[in-house]
Design a protein around this ligand. Structure first.
Ligand code: ADP
Ligand code: ZN
Length: 222
């Protein structure tokens, strides 16, 4: 593998953001989360933010052309020249095809997580309003209630982490995103990581992902 251009694929609540934010530190390439980009636009109340809020709040996908443009712009920044970790993109086959026109991908890590874990996790998730750090009341509690360990910001529950919206997001994932598993398997880029114990600490999964990355970078000669 010439480069570290990695996609992290998985259902909502699989841990994409949690692992990607740790991988970015260990690998020294930027973590690009389209979900964070969407939330940032909404928070800044830009024209675009106003248009995409209705989709995001309902658990629907933002239209492909909007998200593809946002991502393409981000990938043109110089910090992406040595690679990147994509979290939350692509989410549809048409996004995957568009990505091929923008950048090459070396590896797709598929997080394979059962539904029960996802629902439990998302309904206990809290996010820092200031820095976006992710916490979980069951498995990754902040040291002080409601306060971010990293920056002291206040923690909140995402608008789309309400139970009805979680169900909708899982549905959207199955219909629109899960087909990417076969798509990338067909291209020989897919490696799956199974996480079926909610108590597994994030760093254990992160180590597993790093092991896979190293394996792919030094393919055996056999
Ligand atoms: P999740 O925890 O569901 O993986 P994200 O933080 O990745 O959530 O995304 C939150 C919301 O932002 C999505 O439900 C969707 O509305 C929007 N979004 C993020 N990435 C994309 C994308 N690649 N295509 C379309 N919409 C997206
Ligand atoms: Zn914070």
């Amino acid at each position: 593998m010439a480069n570290l251009r990695i996609v992290i694929l998985g259902p909502p609540g699989a841990g994409k953001g949690t692992y990607a934010s740790r991988l970015t530190v260990k690998l020294g390439v930027p973590h690009i989360s389209t979900g964070d980009m969407v939330r940032e636009e909404i928070k800044r109340q830009t024209d675009l933010g106003k248009r995409i809020k209705e989709y995001s709040d309902k658990g629907a996908l933002v239209p492909d052309e909007i998200i593809i443009e946002l991502l393409a712009e981000r990938l043109r920044k110089p910090d992406c020249s040595g690679g990147f970790i994509l979290d939350g993109f692509p989410r549809t086959i048409s996004q995957a095809r568009a990505l091929e026109g923008i950048a090459e991908i070396d590896l797709v890590i598929n997080l394979d997580v059962p539904d029960e874990i996802i629902v439990t996790r998302l309904s206990n998730r809290l996010i820092c309003r200031r820095c976006g750090a992710i916490y979980n009341l069951l498995t990754l509690k902040p040291k002080r209630d409601g306060i971010c360990d990293k920056c002291g910001g206040t923690l909140y529950r995402r608008e789309d982490d309400r139970p009805e919206v979680i169900r909708e997001r899982l549905d959207v994932y199955r219909r629109q995103t899960a087909p990417l598993i076969e798509y990338y398997r067909g291209k020989g880029l897919l490696r799956s990581v199974r996480c079926d114990d909610i108590m597994t600490p994030p760093d254990v999964i992160v180590e597993e992902i790093i092991r896979i990355i190293n394996e792919e970078r030094r393919p055996s000669s056999s």
